[in-house]
Ligand binder design. Structure first.
Ligand code: SF4
Ligand code: SF4
Length: 178
């Protein structure tokens, strides 16, 4: 869905792969920040940034969760950068059925990076002592996307999986029980 043109703050996190040491502090901080209540638990499986690590290939790629997708790609991409070949899907942030990351471990619902909402600097950037994550903000005139929040994204994935009628019937049944 597209909206009006408007000025908005664009937030980016640049990744310097040469600096990442695979310490996974970013995963810890993100999962703690998004725990409910905040900082009440740490579980990297709930993190919206995950490390793709291949020790033999000296590969360390921090990747942030992007959109949920109900089906996997028909073909995979493999990138070679500076003569190093990165494993399949290394740079993809999709919450996708082909892999386990970016799904809430208890519910299976998709996770998505929210840039830590109103934090001055995202938590993953704050804790990255190696300086592999660099946060930047800029103003841009963009066509505003109507973004789905966590709840809409979760509902959409449930509807894709079970069908709208089944979800509606379940909600009706639950509301009758109070
Ligand atoms: S905190 Fe920084 S150095 Fe550590 S794994 Fe994450 S991106 Fe890499
Ligand atoms: S910006 Fe915030 S929500 Fe996104 S991966 Fe980093 S810590 Fe997690």
């Amino acid at each position: 869905m597209k909206g009006e043109l408007e000025k908005k703050k664009v937030k980016t996190i640049k990744v310097n792969l040469d600096k990442c040491i695979g310490c996974r502090a970013c995963e810890v901080a993100c999962s703690a920040f998004h725990a409910k209540p905040k900082y009440s638990s740490i579980n990297p499986a709930r993190s919206r940034i995950r490390m793709v690590i291949d020790l033999l290939n000296d590969e360390y790629v921090p990747i942030r969760a992007s959109e949920y997708t109900k089906s996997e790609c028909n073909g995979r991409q493999v990138y070679t950068i500076n003569e190093k070949e990165y494993s399949e899907c290394s740079f993809c942030g999709a919450s996708c059925p082909a892999r386990d990351i970016f799904k809430e471990p208890d519910s299976g619902l998709p996770l998505k990076c929210d840039m830590c909402e109103d934090e001055k600097e995202p938590l993953c950037v704050q804790v990255c002592r190696a300086g592999a994550l660099i946060y930047e903000e800029r103003e841009e005139e963009v066509e505003e996307d109507v973004k789905l929040g966590d709840m809409e994204t979760g509902l959409k994935s449930l509807v894709d999986k079970h069908g709208l009628q089944k979800i509606a019937d379940t909600v009706a049944r639950m509301s009758q029980k109070g």
